[in-house]
Design a protein around this ligand. Structure first.
Ligand code: NAD
Length: 346
């Protein structure tokens, strides 16, 4: 059985996903977190359609488009020519700041819906820029019309839209999101250290996570409105690890173009212990954004497809809590991981 994917947004995250599918198309397991999820290997996943609005990518074959500017994700391996041409996408007036001045290739929702149906896509993976809230909702609606499940990697809050959630439930299709949580990015690292401090009896009083990166996603995220929305999602996810109120902030603070697809996250923690003695932690994490999404995306795609095919939509919540920063029900990471593993990891 093949899991047929359509991609909305052919940026750095999509570049690494597409390269990863080639890299793991044989027996290679280096760097693969979970070779088997829900009975599927990465080689069972195939991209059958892709949409973007950036004219520098639209019309190109996908294996070329993933390296077209302004993408900066590393080229991990030579990519053979495939059969998917990037098509124009939906835009509802929420054009990302990094696309200012760029010629856009927009099409109607019906064109995207028809392309999804013609391609036989099972799932539409939404990886458009942060801040495209209305376009994200429209992609979800189009997926619904075409009978596809929808995986929302972006911080647009699709799962907080009760009408959309109800419509997916009625259609017996999975709606999964929001805001992908990288395998070892700032959010999970922040959550992990907070969880450890709590477990070791430290009374945490304050913490922050300040991210600096390159790539168009970071450039968009320093836009004040997008920055504050994304900060809200990250901060709530992090706060879930501590069973009492404390002060915390987590989010992107700056863009440095020559960092490419890399990101540095600076963390600071303040707490107290025996007789009120103070304790501080200052650490930083350097990671590569796109690659950090690869394993979690592979896992989420395979689990979502399984729950769609066997009609187990009741487990969508576990997928969301494992793979996303803003699931319908926030969970501590350890609980989410244990539940997801019990259901899906063989
Ligand atoms: N580790 C990760 O990479 C990671 C983690 C969490 C969340 N995300 C989210 O995934 C999304 C993609 O991240 P990225 O780093 O690939 O960003 P990116 O900026 O590299 O790529 C976004 C792509 O979407 C395209 N796009 C913008 N509006 C569109 C529209 N209306 N229709 C179709 N295409 C559109 C852009 O042209 C671009 O190609 C972002 O929303 C980001 O917040 C990524």
């Amino acid at each position: 059985m093949t899991i047929k994917l359509a991609l909305a947004g052919v940026g750095n995250c999509a570049s690494v996903l597409v390269q990863g599918l080639k890299y793991y198309s044989g027996e290679e397991r280096k760097g693969l977190w979970h070779p088997n999820v829900a009975g599927f290997k990465p080689k069972d996943i195939q991209v059958v359609a892709a949409f973007d609005i950036d004219s520098r990518k639209v019309g190109l074959e996908l294996s070329k488009a993933v390296f077209a500017p302004p993408n900066v994700a590393k080229k991990y391996l030579p990519m053979p020519k495939g059969r998917v041409t990037v098509r124009g996408g939906i835009s509802r007036g929420d054009v990302a700041p990094h696309l200012g001045g760029v010629k856009l290739e927009k099409v109607g929702s019906d064109d995207v819906s028809k392309a999804l149906e013609d391609s036989g896509a099972d799932l539409l993976v939404n990886m458009v820029s942060s801040g495209c809230n209305t376009s994200t909702e429209e992609y979800a609606r189009v997926a619904l019309r075409a009978g596809c499940g929808f995986i929302n990697c972006t911080p647009s809050l699709a799962l907080k839209n009760n009408k959309l959630v109800a419509d997916f439930q009625r259609a017996q299709l999975p709606l999964v999101g929001d805001d992908l949580m990288s395998q070892f990015g700032g959010t999970i690292f922040h959550k992990g250290l907070l969880g450890l401090m709590v477990k070791r009896g430290i009374k945490v009083s304050k913490s922050y996570q300040l991210d600096v990166g390159g790539g168009s996603e970071t450039l968009n995220t320093i836009d004040e409105g997008i920055k504050m929305a994304k900060r809200g999602v990250k901060t709530s996810s992090v706060a879930e690890e501590v069973p009492y109120k404390f002060e915390t902030i987590a989010g992107t603070t700056d863009y440095v173009d020559y960092m490419g697809n890399d990101r540095t996250s600076y963390f600071w923690f303040q707490g107290s212990t025996f007789m009120g003695s103070g304790l501080t932690v200052d650490v930083y994490l350097r990671s590569s954004d796109g690659a950090n999404a690869g394993n979690v995306l592979f896992d989420v795609i395979r689990a979502t497809y399984r729950c769609m095919k066997v009609g187990k939509l009741g487990t969508v919540g576990e997928i969301c809590a494992y793979g996303f920063k803003s699931p319908p029900k926030l969970m501590r990471f350890e609980d989410a991981f244990t539940k997801f593993s019990a259901l899906y990891v063989r």
